[in-house]
Design a protein around this ligand. Structure first.
Ligand code: MLC
Ligand code: AMP
Length: 509
């Protein structure tokens, strides 16, 4: 049995609450029983290694679908109702998905991908009696070696369309263990979960860590609705751990500042009652970190992670947390900082290796090869994160890492989502009025990068028309916040657009 599955099925038969949502909850035993039904159904309907898409709302059935698919030896592709049909179709085609598990409430949204695929309603599958589980209670394919693919998560890159990062059982199990140990997770914890599940943070760093530790999960689903900061403050009281992206902390403080003094006192007490609040997926502005310290006595525990590696570097649970810094690599994570020639340096690109590094991009051998660098001493290759980092060379081995930004101007982070400027440009170029376009990220307190499209037009067009054009093609969080019409773009002597100069111009007003 793979370690990942063992940690989940260890809850078999348990009567304790496992996961709860506004719509209801389920106990340990109930979730495991549902997962077995999913495994049994998929075992009959699909073949080992096949990609199975999950179009399932956060809650007990999501966990059942996820672990049921893994127990059947299938690989999970998580879809989100946030994506318009062209993106969802692309993910399914790229991954070769033939079977979709969908919540009844989301069935309408599966219409664009239903042709040629079987759509199973997760509630029906979870209710059907299990008749194929072996007598010892374990689905037959539970015995997955660590390098067995478990999850294919789509992540934006520097090449236009997103790539499917293949993450193995071993990757997820080691992550689950390392993060739980580093952050002191136990079965007495209750994780307050308000993150989307189609990305590493919400799915693995938050949900699977809690699952592995035997903890409880309180799940808030804001998909398709705005993040409800007041609700999150109110729910902190009954939780022990909150994990969030910096934009969520921004929203929390905006709501806090707008609240009356009684509400503020209640929310401050709720925040203090948490044993841990973490931040990741983007840089936490020091101002937000300090505000959390004013309220609770501690800044949030900031850590660095990626779809391809999970959490790589983290501040300590108990030791000093330095604002603006992400701490030190987790045990088993090896990190190097290298200059342009691949030599060790105090500042430069961060390279990572170890058992939590993913297996490669699905059906993209060249991009996988480009993502890794050979080891100068002939050891295992290093994953090139594409992040520029620095450490104080005088502070020795314990100098915390500080993330300075991305090595590519074409990778943006907005509200914790990684976006490809090139993907957004490609979508915009499909509009007949668009001649040339440059998409950039302008630093912004609320979003991290505020996505701005600078457009040279062939014919008159409104910003609204371009917004609607993009909305039909890309998730709402990829749509530029501003469309700026220009006569020309800053260029170098060979005519190439110089994006840093464009950002400087936009920042200058
Ligand atoms: C929503 N919008 C965004 C956006 N989120 N625009 C840019 N960037 C975003 N992140 C759009 C909405 O579609 C809407 O557009 C408008 O902005 C206002 O939306 P909102 O209702 O105010 O936003 P909300 O839905 O409340 O979302 C904000 C958020 C959300 C911060 C809660 O973005 C979020 O959940 N972010 C988490 C991302 C995440 O999980 N990343 C992890 C990646 S893994 P319109 O046009 O409809 O008005 C990773 C590894 C690691 O990075 O280390 O963790
Ligand atoms: P994703 O591909 O969505 O998993 O995003 C991974 C990227 O998020 C990293 O490569 C970083 O650029 C960014 N990131 C994650 N955590 C942090 C952090 N604490 N500070 C700054 N950037 C971060």
């Amino acid at each position: 049995m793979s370690e990942l599955l063992r940690t989940f099925f260890a809850r078999e038969g348990g009567a304790r609450d496992f996961i709860s949502t506004a719509a209801g909850g389920a106990t340990d035993g109930e979730v495991c029983t549902m997962a077995r039904r999913v495994a049994s159904r998929l075992g009959a309907a699909t073949s080992p290694g096949e990609r199975v898409a999950l179009f399932v709302s956060p809650g007990p059935t999501f966990l059942a679908a996820f672990f049921g698919a893994l127990a059947a030896g299938r690989v999970v592709v998580v879809l989100s109702p946030l994506h318009p049909a062209p993106e969802t179709t692309f993910f399914c085609e790229d991954a070769g998905v033939r079977t979709v598990l969908a919540s009844r409430a989301l069935l309408d949204m599966t219409a664009p991908i239903a042709a040629g695929r079987e759509v199973l309603v997760i509630e029906d599958v979870c209710e059907a009696p299990t008749d194929e589980a072996p007598a010892d209670g374990a689905p037959a394919e539970l015995d997955a070696p660590p390098d067995t693919p478990a999850l294919q998560l789509y992540t934006s890159g520097t090449t236009g369309r997103p790539k499917g990062a293949v993450i193995t059982h071993g990757n997820l199990a080691v992550q689950q263990r390392l993060v739980a140990e580093a952050w002191g997770f136990t079965r007495d914890d209750t994780l307050l979960h308000a993150l989307p599940l189609h990305h590493m943070h919400g799915l693995a760093i938050a949900l699977l860590t809690a699952v592995g530790a035997g903890a409880r999960v309180r799940m808030l689903d804001f998909t398709g609705r705005s993040f409800d900061a007041a609700r999150v403050w109110d729910e902190m009281r009954d939780a022990t751990v909150l994990m969030a992206v910096p934009s969520m902390y921004h929203r929390l403080f905006a709501a806090f500042d707008a609240a009356d003094s009684g509400t503020r006192a209640r929310w401050a007490a709720a925040a203090r009652s948490l044993r841990l609040a973490t931040s990741g997926s983007a840089a936490l502005p020091v101002t937000l970190a300090e505000r959390w310290r004013e309220l609770t006595g501690k800044i949030p525990l900031e850590r660095f992670g990626m779809t391809e590696i999970g959490v790589g570097i983290t501040n300590p649970l108990d030791g000093p947390r330095v604002p603006g810094h992400v701490g030190l690599p987790l045990p088993t994570v090896e990190a190097r900082v290298v200059d342009d020639e691949g030599r060790d340096a105090a500042s430069g690109e961060l390279w990572i290796r170890g058992p939590s590094v993913f297996a490669g991009y699905h059906a993209r051998p060249e991009e996988t090869a480009r993502a890794f660098a050979a080891d100068p001493d002939g050891g295992a290759p290093w994953f090139r994160t594409g992040d520029t980092v620095t450490r104080n060379p005088d502070a020795g081995a314990h100098a915390p890492y500080r993330i300075l930004g991305r090595t590519s101007v074409d990778i943006l982070k907005s509200g914790g989502y990684k976006l490809s400027a090139l993907e957004i440009e490609e979508a915009l170029r499909e509009h007949p009025a668009v001649g040339e376009v440059a998409v950039v990220g302008v630093p912004d307190e609320a979003w991290g990068d505020r996505v701005v499209a600078c457009v040279l037009t062939r014919e008159p067009v409104s910003a609204e028309a371009l917004r609607e054009h993009t909305r039909a093609r890309l998730a709402p969080y990829k749509i530029p916040k501003d469309f700026i019409f220009m006569d020309d773009l800053p260029r170098n002597p060979v005519g190439k657009v110089v994006k840093p100069a464009l950002v400087a111009k936009l920042r200058g007003g």
